[in-house]
Write a protein that binds this ligand. Structure first.
Ligand code: SF4
Length: 648
């Protein structure tokens, strides 16, 4: 059953018609599209997925009409769970990279058992808020604010079993190494002297409430998670029910942000409320080799991008040249990361909106063909990450100047063959996303991307000819990245595709040419990501063929490096799944980090996200407030923001 292929997805809705040219001028890695001011479609979210015949009707998304409600708790009501109901589970995220939650998705087919055996009443990453009661609570992330302490206390009052999920929740992880006394001073350095720190401390969950179970690891050990679920499903667990209302963070995005819309004034804001982990401060004084592993913990969905960008910045600082084989292996690894990140975003975070369900828990149960299509593609990306990176989550096999254990060519050929088996499913994925009817928003966009070193699609290595200015803004824990002259730019799949469609791999290029992808419509970023999944699968095949005759043992990394005689600086940029990522480092003659700066793509995209939300609300002609709020959330998800990256 689980080998089932999803070949019955819907045909391409718009299979003909010319691709609209991006009205643009281009300078370096930057290009600008024109604007066409058109009203929004009245009813843009037509459902085209085919659900299980026995499944019920799609749920209406009318759960949170009040746009600015931000209550942490509602009144408790003492009552017991009704007989025969399933044990209810809620998953809460505090301060971390959300990699624990994404790692739970590596249950793959067992996810269906998980969703079948338990009722998931709250999981912001995957679903709109459903209910406020539960019997078991899983907590991811460290505790960094008084609001989180209050939330934990309330969770403890109602939950029969509290599980600390992963190293951040259990010990604070590496982030707890930062001396609390230094937090304010470091915030002044990283932001500015007037910056008001949101997270004045960073502590484990157990410091504030009793924890019943722990699943250690970073990411948490999935076998321990499975064992715990087995244990828990044996008998019904009933808690003393009180309602716990978590913060009103926008669901189905990575990290914590709050959407506020004033319908009367036609104004909208997306406020970033992620707590600061001060990663750039944590790195100061550490041996330089620790940077790639610590920075990979910034993000649970694109850790390889940080890891590789960090190694490249260090290599540039230390003037270490790397061979073509190592570049190719890193490219394959990054292909795996982009495929996996796009896939998780498209299936778990985007598709539920268009399928008329509140989240992917329901989506997985109701649309098994699409679920297995996603799993088949995800397995290939996981295999790439495990074979080259050493793990499907955080890379453990990368090192300065290469790899600890270079992969064997036979292992790469297995990957190549497995890609051939899923190519048609990647094509089906494009058809699926092409058939979704998206809101008709047109915005003026300035795209930016790295300049690849050869005539190829941009990802790694590359360069960006201009400097990014980071702006600290009141009320936001993320800095905003703009060009030096203040110009707002947009990065990511649409930006890459806008100027490199000619160098897409053949099948991806054909699919692209058959579609009406509109670069002025930010909702089309989803379709652009689907096209990139196919492109990077084909790219991986080519890259494996390119090194199939090479001696990969030579890609072993450098064990001992001569330390510099003076302070050295290095920087690097690459295309992460969401766009350009920058790492910059200064190392002293003892090999210690004395300065580190990271500019992730979401930091850059936040400025255009704000602008486009405002445009959407302004052009809402004739659309109900509920509908417009739904579209704004869809727009935020189409951006694929990674807020934990943006704040770091
Ligand atoms: S850093 Fe590790 S433990 Fe912390 S949230 Fe991410 S995956 Fe979980």
């Amino acid at each position: 059953m689980y080998q089932q292929k999803a070949s019955k997805v819907n045909p391409v809705r718009n299979s003909s018609g010319a691709f609209p040219p991006a009205r643009s001028s281009r300078l370096g890695g930057i290009s600008e599209t024109g604007e066409a001011d058109q009203p929004l479609a009245e009813n843009p979210s037509k459902i085209i997925l085919k659900s299980q015949p026995e499944a019920g009707q799609p749920l209406a998304d009318n759960s949170d009409v009040d746009p600015i409600r931000k209550l942490y708790f509602s009144n408790g009501v003492n009552k017991t769970t009704s007989n025969g109901a399933k044990t209810k589970i809620a998953i809460f995220d505090l301060t971390g990279c959300e990699g624990c939650e994404f790692h739970l998705l590596s249950l793959d087919e067992l996810l269906l058992d998980f969703f079948q055996n338990f009722e998931i009443t709250n999981w912001r990453l995957l679903s709109e808020k459903e209910r406020e009661d539960f019997d078991i609570a899983f907590i991811e992330g460290a505790v960094t604010t008084k609001e989180q302490i209050n939330l934990l206390k309330r969770i403890r009052e109602t939950s029969k079993i509290v599980v600390a999920l992963g190293a951040c929740a259990i010990s604070g992880n590496v982030f707890a190494q930062l001396d609390p006394q230094k937090r304010k001073k470091l915030a002044a350095k990283i932001y500015d002297k007037n910056y008001r720190l949101k997270a004045e401390f960073l502590e484990p969950v157990e410091k504030f409430i009793k924890v019943d179970e722990k699943i250690p690891g970073c990411p948490p050990d999935i076998e321990l998670f499975k064992n715990l679920l087995e244990k828990l499903k044996k008998e019904k667990i009933v808690s003393k029910i009180k309602k716990v209302t978590p913060p009103d963070f926008t669901s189905k995005i990575e990290g914590h942000g709050v959407l506020k819309i004033n319908f009367k004034k036609k104004q909208a804001k997306f406020e970033v409320e992620e707590s600061e982990r001060l990663v750039e401060g944590l790195l100061l004084g550490k041996d330089f080799e620790q940077a790639p592993f610590i920075t990979s913990r910034i993000c649970g969905i694109c850790p390889i991008a940080h890891n590789l960008c960090s190694w490249s910045a260090l290599e540039n600082a230390l003037e270490i040249k790397i061979s073509q084989e190592i570049i190719v292996l890193r490219k394959i690894l990054l292909c795996g990361q982009i495929i996996k990140s796009h896939l998780l975003h498209l299936f778990f975070l985007v598709l539920p909106d268009y399928a008329g369900v509140k989240g992917s828990v329901e989506l997985c149960k109701k649309y098994p063909a699409e679920f297995h299509l996603m799993l088949n593609l995800k397995r290939v990306s996981d295999k790439i990450l495990e074979t080259i990176g050493g793990s499907s989550a955080f890379p453990s096999n990368t090192m300065l100047g290469g790899f600890r254990n270079p992969p064997k060519i036979d292992e790469l050929l297995v990957i190549k063959n497995s890609i051939f088996e899923v190519i048609d499913e990647a094509q089906d994925l494009i058809k699926l996303f092409a058939s979704l009817e998206t809101p008709n928003l047109k915005v003026n966009t300035v795209f930016a991307h790295i300049l690849p070193s050869e005539n190829s699609y941009p990802f790694y290595p590359g360069r960006f000819p201009q400097a990014i200015k980071e702006i600290v803004r009141k009320g936001s824990t993320a800095k905003i990245g703009v060009l030096k002259d203040g110009k707002i730019i947009k990065v990511g799949a649409l930006a890459r595709l806008s100027h490199f469609s000619k160098v897409l791999q053949p099948k991806a290029k054909k699919a692209f040419q058959e579609l009406q992808l509109d670069f002025n419509n930010p909702f089309h970023n989803n379709l652009a990501q689907a096209i990139e999944i196919l492109h990077f699968l084909e790219e991986t095949i080519n890259l494996i063929e390119e090194i199939s005759e090479k001696d990969l043992k030579k890609s072993r990394g450098i064990e001992k490096v001569n330390l510099p005689s003076k302070i050295v600086f290095g920087s690097s940029c690459l295309e992460a799944p969401r766009g350009i990522l920058f790492h910059q480092v200064k190392i002293n003659s003892q090999g210690k980090i004395i300065d580190y700066n990271i500019i992730p793509p979401t930091q850059i995209n936040l400025a255009s996200l704000e602008k486009e939300i405002r445009e959407l609300v302004k052009k809402r002609g004739g659309v109900s407030p509920w509908q417009i709020k739904k579209q704004v959330k869809q727009l935020i998800r189409a951006f694929d923001p990674c807020i934990t990256c943006a704040v770091h």
